[in-house]
Ligand binder design. Structure first.
Ligand code: LRH
Ligand code: MN
Ligand code: MN
Length: 426
């Protein structure tokens, strides 16, 4: 199924007058500040977030998985799904592949299909947290950190192959997330595990094309429950520094212990020019991979405040690789992703509204009350007319969920793909 601009323009007609009233009102209220509304809309339209190839079907937990009908059964169908989300939102112009879950069969055909939907290939993800069929060595006791040289070599070779695959598609970054660690005290020697990991990463890094970046993802626990080799941003940064200039830390919002100040981590990494990538999701307890903004939207806004500050003040930090890393257990995956994109845009737009000069002045005057007022005034502004306007100007839907349902996208996908479908990947 494809959605064309005319269909969306027709659907938008119903909401257009209402939208215009809200947009004009917001533009009018913002005209008193020095925020130019057209610049804001342009920034929102520019902001593109990659959709991971593993998030288009129903996810699951270790207790079960409940399929969603009409799920994509191939990489081609996954790209088509992202194309649908992108048509509606105009903010999902990239895909992030997980290898070997989504290895292309025909590179040219996949590239053509992606181009047809205006989708770029973002960072590629390696997978050494599962054993694959016919694999010689097992990752049961770790991959890049394993005490066995043969296992480490196999894992290194896999990462190099992932880079090769990504290179053929136009990707420019490799994301490494390791499940390596231990479940019981005494199982691992922490120092040996870290040293092996560093050396393995260096070997992968040195093999990458000169214009590639390496993103090192951290996570405190799971699947190992006693220790994880790359447990936090400090370890990731240390490893990135050990690799070289083009190695960076990747922050996944779900990969922190409760109440961690993620915005501070983001800020410090950008100061050091070492924040490379970002995985969006939300959580109540751990790595829950829930819809972005569904649990802690204010925290997301504070994180975006630091991201915006960093993007404006830290030229030493490269452009970031943005990706949604969520799992969809009960909602339609496409609707869920649309909601995540909306939450990301909302937090970004609100952060852009913060009067940075006034904030700096209030900070210097130690006027804590005003500091809070400045942040919360921005947070309390309903920025949705800006996001809608950005979509409208680029041929998207004023209300993507409404359009998705009006066009009966899921019903069409079920007609095309069937009722009992299982997406490849997670
Ligand atoms: C690990 C993780 C990592 C993986 C993805 C499937 O929890 O966030 O990014 O690649 O989930
Ligand atoms: Mn992640
Ligand atoms: Mn995760």
């Amino acid at each position: 199924m494809n959605i064309n601009k005319q269909q969306l323009a027709d659907l938008n007609k119903t909401n257009l007058k209402n939208h215009q009233t809200h947009f004009d009102f917001l533009a009018q209220s913002l005209s008193h500040s020095d925020t130019d509304v057209n610049t804001l809309v342009a920034k929102l339209a520019e902001f593109q977030v990659a959709i991971p190839s593993w998030a288009l079907g129903a996810g699951g937990t270790r207790f079960g998985r409940f399929s969603f009908s009409g799920e994509p059964a191939s990489l081609e169908q996954k790209i088509e799904d992202i194309g649908l989300i992108h048509s509606l939102t105009q903010t999902a112009g990239a895909v992030s592949l997980h290898i070997p879950w989504d290895v292309p069969n025909d590179y040219n055909a996949i590239k053509e299909l992606a181009a047809l939907h205006s989708i770029k290939f973002d960072a590629v993800n390696s997978n050494t947290f599962q054993d694959q069929k016919n694999q010689k060595e097992s990752y049961k006791y770790g991959s890049l950190s394993n005490t066995s040289a043969a296992v480490r070599e196999q894992a290194i070779a896999h990462n190099k192959e992932v880079v090769e695959i990504g290179n053929q598609l136009g990707s420019k970054a490799l994301t490494v997330w390791l499940a390596d660690g231990s479940s019981f005290p005494g199982q691992n020697n922490f120092q040996t595990a870290l040293t092996h990991t560093q050396n393995s990463l260096i070997s992968i890094y040195e093999d990458m094309p000169a214009d590639w970046k390496l993103y090192i993802e951290y996570k405190p626990y799971e699947p190992n429950f006693y220790s994880t080799v790359i447990q936090d941003w400090g370890t990731s940064l240390m490893l990135a520094n050990g690799c070289g200039e083009r190695a960076y830390t990747l922050v996944d919002l779900g990969h922190h212990l409760p109440n961690t100040n993620i915005e501070q981590i983001v800020s410090i990494l950008m100061l050091k020019g070492k924040l490379g990538g970002f995985h969006f999701n939300d959580s109540k307890y751990g790595d829950d991979d829930l819809t972005v903004g569904s649990i802690k939207p204010y925290a997301l806004f504070l994180i975006f405040n630091e991201l915006v500050y960093g993007m404006q003040n830290n030229p030493q930090n490269p452009e970031l690789g943005w990706m949604i890393d969520a799992s969809h257990n009960v909602k339609d995956p496409l609707e869920d992703l649309i909601q995540s994109l909306e939450a990301i845009q909302e937090a970004y737009a609100k952060a852009l509204l913060i009067d940075q000069n006034a904030l700096r002045a209030a900070q210097e005057a130690h006027d804590v009350t005003t500091c809070q007022e400045l942040l919360q005034n921005a947070y309390r502004t309903d920025v949705r007319p800006l996001i809608r306007e950005a979509r409208l100007r680029h041929g998207g839907a004023l209300n993507p969920i409404e359009a998705y349902r009006a066009l009966e996208v899921r019903k069409n996908l079920i007609n095309e793909r069937g009722n009992k479908t299982v997406a490849t990947g997670l």
